[in-house]
Structures are given as C-alpha cells and as structure tokens.
Design a protein around this ligand. Structure first.
Ligand code: SF4
Length: 109
C-alpha cells in the first residue's frame, strides 16, 4: 500500500512534530500517521530502508526513533521539508512508496 496522495483531504492534522504537521490518526506506538505536508512520509508504511536519506541532495530527512512500530523502529522524518527542491529522488527510490512530494500542497514553507 502506497502513501495516499490525497491525504490532505482524507486526514486531519493530529499534531506538530519538530515544526511539521502530522496527519492522523496517531495512536502510538502502532499507528504514527503521515509526517510532513510538502514532503510527506507515511510512517505506517516506512520500513527504514534509508535510500531517501542517502539520496536527498539537500538532507531533508533525519532518522527518528519509533520503538514498537510494526514496520520498523526508526523512520525517515522530513525534518527539513522547507529545504526540498522537488527533485523527486526520494519518491523514486522509496521501495514501499511511503513518500509523496508536492510543492503545490498547502503547508509549503
Ligand atoms: S524531492 Fe528531492 S529534495 Fe525533496 S525531499 Fe525528496 S530527495 Fe530531497
């Protein structure tokens, strides 16, 4: 299952994390939602492959600990989504289609 590119319409903002929105539902530790808006990562799909961290030319992502999540115990957090240059590399390399990037989405800084 890939990230829902229409998450803005289908979800509500549940909380703020390190300056970016988290789109719910969030019920830790099993359900973590989608982090970010311009650069959105579905934490419930992310398996911590790491290709996005390696390939992003402007270091948008940082690892965060997510103990006891069923898919992986760390996640690629779009901590610096305001730096994104929309190259789409992360979208292309993610093996589980957990990332969606849309510069036109509300929330772009
Ligand atoms: S689209 Fe490019 S610049 Fe933006 S987060 Fe993905 S890899 Fe980084």
């Amino acid at each position: 299952m890939a990230i829902d590119p229409e998450f803005e319409e289908n979800r509500d903002i549940a909380e703020d994390h390190e300056g970016h929105s988290v789109w719910g539902p969030v019920e830790e530790p099993e359900t973590l939602g989608i982090h970010g808006t311009h650069v959105a990562v579905d934490f419930d799909i992310c398996i911590a492959d790491g290709a996005c961290l390696e390939d992003c030319p402007v270091d948008v992502f940082e690892w965060v600990d997510t103990p006891d999540h069923p898919e992986s115990e760390i996640k690629a957090d779009p901590a610096h989504e305001d730096q994104c240059i929309d190259c789409m590399l992360c979208v292309d390399v993610c093996p589980v289609d957990a990332i969606d990037v849309d510069p036109g989405r509300a929330g772009r800084i």
